[in-house]
Every structure is written in C-alpha cells, then in structure tokens.
Write a protein that binds this ligand. Structure first.
Ligand code: C5P
Length: 402
C-alpha cells in the first residue's frame, strides 16, 4: 500500500513461537516500500535467527546494549522510527514495559521511544487470561500503547484457545491505519458507503445488472477506514473485499440497498454513494424460470423506477452530514455534474470522465473531478482508483473543516 512508502518502522521481537510470523510481516512491510529495522530481546534468538532479519532488512539486528566495546545508541532508534511495532509481545516483556524495567537494549529502546507503539501479544491462553497479564495490558493501554487483539486457534503449547499473535496481514493493516493519515482525522466519525452494481431479478435465475466492479467505492471505504472512521459498506454483487474492520452488508437489488443504507445514513456523519444502482427494475418477477418452450419467445419486460438512494439521503441530510455522490456523464460533463450537485442536494459530486481512455467502469484507473457545494473544484489526472480514493477522502476531510 502506497501509504507506507518511505515510512520508518522499527520492529521489536520478543521470545515467542509466533516470531516466525514476524518474518512475513517484515517482508510485507518492505514490499510496501517501508524502511524496516529490527531489534530483539536476547531470548527471542531461540525462536528466530537475527540473520534472517538482517538479510531481509539489510540492516544489523540489534540485541545487546554493547558489543565489542561499542555502545548501541538506543535513543536514536526510538527517535528514528515513525512507529515501533512489537510483534510478538511476550508476557515477560509486557510486564517489563509496564514496570519500566530496563535490563536490555530492547527495553532501553522502548523506554526512550518518542513514536507511537503498537503491540501484538502472543502467549498461551492461561497466561493471556491471567489477571496479572490483563492488569498489565490495561496499564500499557493507559500508557498510550496500542494493543492488537489476540486470535483464537492452535497455540504453541499444542492447546487450542485464545492467545495467538495477529496474522501478518492484520498487523500490516493496523500499521497502515496508524500511519496513513496524521492523527486519524476521521476518528470517532461514522461513514456509510454504497458500492458495486445492483442485480434486478427477472425470474429466479436471470437478472439485469451492470459491469460495475465496486472497486472505486471499496477503495473509498478503505481510505475512510484508514483515516479513522467507523465504516459500513453496503455492497452489491462484487467479488472484491474491503479491509478487515469494515462492516460489510451484502445486498442484491436497489430496493435492498435503499433499505440497508437509509437507516445507517441517519446515524452516519458521512455518506458516499458510489454504487452503480440500476435506475429501473422489472415490474414483475416471474416466479418460475421462463422456458424457451413457452412458444420460443421471451415476454416483454416493463420497468418500474428504483428509489434514488443518493437523492433521498441528500434531501434528508442534516447540516452536520456530508453527502458525496458520483456522476458518469458522456456530454456537458461539468454542467451536468453541477446540476447533479444541486438536484441531489449533495455536498460533493465526483465526476468520472467516461470519454477518456482508462477511465470509468471495470477499469483499475480513473480520471475524476470533484465539485462541492461551497464552490470548490479540483481535477485529478489518470491514476489508480486506490490512489484517487486518497484524494477523495482528503477532499471530504478538507470540506468538513472549510
Ligand atoms: O442520477 P445518476 O444515476 O446519474 O446519479 C449517480 C449517483 O447517484 C451515484 O452517486 C449513485 O450511486 C447514486 N444513485 C443512487 N441511487 C440510484 C441511482 C443513483 O444512490 N437509484
């Protein structure tokens, strides 16, 4: 993910069998363009070789405070990093973090770190549930440490239970959420996003749909989540998945999407309506599959208009709510987008340029312009939809502070 490019991440490894998963995490971080350094506690060497980590990161792995007459400058490491990630965190190191015990380089770095600290605990279930561990965790949280939840499953002891370290992809996502947007500007806010096509049934097996992939809306949902919002995604039929942590409500038809979205929007601060909702649905749905031996003809279909979700939410929005819609225009693009801003009472309209190559439906890239109801306008050249989603979320953040 582009958010981690050139970010400086210090990984701390403590003694736990889960340390093998940290190797995968380091690989993921490096692939995302981050600069990674690793420190370890002396006893974690039993679980993972520093050589693997120094080779992957192309930096020496620091373990001891002094070696061969040289003092390792722990203060600089804690200042260098944008984020210190302790994974796995053993119950022994947790206890030292809480009491401030400084008996190795690892602890000296922790105690002198000025950056945020994220930990992913890993331990046997009984140790995890022990009141001492739970007390220490609460204290660590009070000290400002961000704690990832443990997973349930097979443990190092051979038992099954709670205490597994989070998976590398989950830790990567948590790191991205901390570093993507400074100070998580949307923390505490709720956002609802519609995405994907809708399928309007003709009979039990056939439907009328469209080629929307859902990529643009899912990318916006991901960015809103990374900026700190609590995100609910109302998603039509799409094979794509949003980030873990986004609540997804799956729907098929425009009516279902309307029914799912409207009550969520009432409780939301931000609504982004990017779904390619079918404007019409077959007025009658045949209860049986229409067979070709029915005289070799398919019956004519008459249509009923579907509810306009964006318009309904726009017209009913409160002053504190931000409503974002999309426009796909083939002619008079700008004036039609401005008309849509008004007719749907939206706060912001994102215009997709269908006339440009590489833009629009089913593509990975897009060209967009943003118009808002306070007179703001901005145009963005051909980019990945995931990158445009960053601009859209930045525009929403700026709009809300205008
Ligand atoms: O009116 P038009 O379909 O061009 O508007 C597109 C915008 O309206 C998109 O944001 C789309 O998600 C939204 N929309 C909707 N419900 C509909 C039709 C469109 O929310 N029934």
């Amino acid at each position: 993910m582009h958010h981690l490019r050139h970010k400086k991440i210090l990984i701390g490894i403590t003694a736990s069998i889960a340390a093998y998963k940290t190797i995968l995490l380091v690989r993921l971080l490096i692939k995302s363009g981050a600069e990674v350094r690793v420190i370890m506690t002396p006893s974690s060497r039993e679980f993972v070789s520093p050589l693997v980590l120094s080779t992957l990161t192309r930096h020496e792995v620091l373990i001891e405070l002094a070696s061969q007459e040289l003092w390792a400058n722990h203060v600089m490491l804690g200042r260098w990093a944008d984020l210190f990630v302790i994974a796995p965190l053993s119950c022994n190191t947790l206890s030292k973090m809480v009491s401030g015990q400084c008996d190795n380089l690892f602890m000296a770095v922790y105690l002198s770190a000025t950056c945020p600290v994220l930990v992913s605990p890993a331990m046997d279930e009984d140790m995890w549930k022990h009141p001492a561990t739970q007390r220490n965790l609460l204290q660590a949280i009070e000290d400002g440490v961000k704690v990832l939840p443990v997973g349930y499953g097979e443990l190092g002891s051979g038992l099954t239970g709670e205490g597994r370290m989070a998976e590398p992809e989950e830790i990567l996502q948590a790191i991205t959420r901390i570093l993507a947007y400074k100070h998580n500007p949307l923390a505490g806010l709720k956002a609802v996003v519609t995405a994907g096509p809708t399928y309007e049934p003709i009979d039990p097996v056939r439907f009328i749909g469209n080629r929307s992939s859902g990529l643009m809306g899912i990318s916006v949902a991901n960015e809103l989540f990374l900026a700190g919002a609590d995100v609910q995604l109302v998603l039509g039929p799409s094979v794509l998945k949003p980030l873990n942590g986004i609540e997804t409500i799956r729907v098929q038809t425009a009516n279902d999407m309307f029914d799912a979205t409207v009550p969520l929007f009432e409780k939301a601060d931000i609504g982004v309506f990017s779904a390619a909702v079918a404007d019409f649905r077959p007025a009658e749905v045949y209860s049986q599959k229409w067979k070709k031996d029915n005289g070799g003809v398919f019956p004519g279909i008459s249509f009923k208009e579907n509810p306009d979700i964006l318009k309904h939410c726009g017209l009913n929005k409160r002053k504190d709510q931000t409503v974002v819609g999309f426009a796909l225009e083939t002619e008079n693009e700008e004036s039609n987008a401005l008309k849509k801003l008004e007719s749907k009472n939206a706060s912001m309209i994102i215009l997709n340029s269908l006339n440009d190559a590489g833009a629009g439906f089913g593509e990975e890239t897009n060209i967009i312009s943003i118009f808002d109801d306070k007179g703001g306008q901005a145009k963005f050249s051909l980019q990945l939809k995931s990158e445009l989603a960053v601009h859209i979320v930045e525009a929403i953040i700026n709009y809300r502070t205008k």
